[in-house]
Design a protein around this ligand. Sequence first.
Ligand code: ARG
Ligand code: ASP
Length: 700
Amino acid sequence: MRFIKIIVLFITLQMSAQQGGMWIPSLLQGMNESEMQSLGSKLTAKDIYDVNNSSLKDAIGHFNGGCTSEVISAKGLILTNHHCGFSQIQSHSSLENDYLKDGFWAMNLDEELPNEGLYVEFIVRIEDVTKQVLEGITDDMTDREQQSKIGTNSNAVERAAKKEAWQDTRIKAFYKGNQYFLFVTERYEDIRLVGAPPSSIGKFGSDTDNWVWPRHTGDFSLFRIYADKNNRPAKYSKDNVPFTPKHFLPVSLDGISEDDFTMVFGFPGTTDEYLPAIAVEQTVKKVNPANIAIRGAALKVIDAYMKTDDQIRIQYASKQARIANAWKKWIGENQGIEKSGALAIKRKMEADFTQQLKVKGLESKYGTILPELERLYKEIEDVRVKRGQFVEVFVRTNELMQLMFRLSQMEAAAANGEEAFDKARASMLARLEGSFKDFNAEVDKGVFEGVMPLYTENVDASIYDKTAFTSLESAKKVLEGYSSEVLEKLNKDAAYSYAKPLIVEFYTELDPKFQALNDQINALEKQYMKALMEVLPKQRYFPDANSTLRVTYGKVKGYEPRDAVYYEPVTYLDGVIEKYIPGDYEFDLPEKLMDLYAKKDYGQYADANGKLPVCFIGTNHTTGGNSGSPAIDANGNLIGLNFDRVWEGTMSDMYYSPEICRNIMVDLRYVLFIVDKYAGVKHLIDEMKLVHPKKNKKKK
Ligand code: ARG
Ligand code: ASP
């Protein structure tokens, strides 16, 4: 007995040392299933993914292609993050009905608000189609020939796939193109807003707390899926009815304790876990610093204006959030790579790989991959940095240059005739209407003066005084007339003639040079992936995230961010109140919440210690796109809502370290408390299935 216990402990230690990874839900049987069970899960692989019976996967929906959501009632109620529903909440808001500021709660189905363009997509089935997709591919084909053959094969597989008329199919590459999977999907397009807390709860702590633990944000919003009378996907119609899911997640009221098993089920966007050390080093030492500098310069200007002018604060709120989000992430990423010693660990692994090639007699087959990658990364360095800077300036930070970049595309469209030009102009005009609503020329000129010197020596801010593109009216005038007239006016414009040579340089030099080298790198990294799995077969290899449905799992766990500091894994409402700064744009709180706290009126949502839990962290390996993903307990119940990662661990996109990588989740009891006690929307609570897995077990 004792002996068995020791063995179990040993195996458990081995496995927990190896956590991380985002796994394909249809392939959990075997290694993942037993690893999950050793961490405390009671679920079988079939409970999570089953084609013939309902399973957890049927409750998980891709939310508008960028976030995750989960069904939590038999009537199609879904939960996602506040920041995932942000633009929908914003679009229904006005000065009179400021749902961003005050929150929104539909009191019945009729009050739920439709959202044009918003969709939720479910996975019906996943199939390995590697053999069919790679059929006829041979080593003597060029990369381009291979890609084209893969394209035609994929089309044929999709066409032949069995599916219902209302379903879609898609093929995605895994393991850098060494494996291919077919997804049969169902996309629901009538998604209505049901509820959202005020930003002072849903975005509490804003940028200061973004990517940070300890965290106290109630980052959630509620939507509902509507379907036609046959429960099938349909465009918005008054006659649509609440969707009946194949499965919905019960909500556990028992909460979590440190070391409890958790699983996060969602749609992670992108990771780069198998980059060679040279690539990671380049990102950390060259690419990130260059991009951090540009965003930092832009934020310095925008932040200063936002603090002094309310109008600007509102106009720049979401632009600022977008710029700040990645800026802050990259800074954390660089620190995490350093702290975890990722480069040395990767180099050691590469040395092992090279050593094993000799041992296994595979030098002639794979021996040139790493040296070639080393050479190519050196060659691509300057152009990769410069191209990245161009994107930061012309796409992400400076609005006038962004406009010039778009206008250059409109100019290019003129080469395809008047009709093509008209189409490009129409979309340009629509864009202008939108962007000038939130544009302030003085702010943008400040941003220009900050970011441009980081890209080029040729900086001329006087263009802001001469160009027509600082106001909607004068911009529209330039776009009037036949294409030849428009282009003549455009090329005389001060901002356009300033930007054009830089844009031309991008299209004729930077981008083609980058793409050519990058294609070679991709082809080699595909080989490297294959070789790694063959040469070092004992390692665990999960496929990099690619916006497909994945399972990641771990435990509730605190961590040590730096020497002598230990972070507990759970935060409470007490901590929200500690952070309260009256009137502050990040840390203000609604009075009602303060009242509930003063009365300790937590209802059935308090923890065993009498406190109200708010957020918790775990060792689940997540990335952008996992926002809104459910955190599921050992029995398949919902216990948390994923929304972020800790700052020191954001390097998990390139190197996952079980010591410092943690995902951040809202405790579901905080969500329920806000819906029930704060907003008083009892009918939503009634429609959910609340369970007590731990209490019930104790009774037995
Ligand atoms: N860092 C989280 C993510 O990458 C949350 C971002 C939303 N919040 C914000 N303050 N910008 O999406
Ligand atoms: N906040 C991210 C998201 O929106 C999640 C993350 O990067 O951890 O998907």
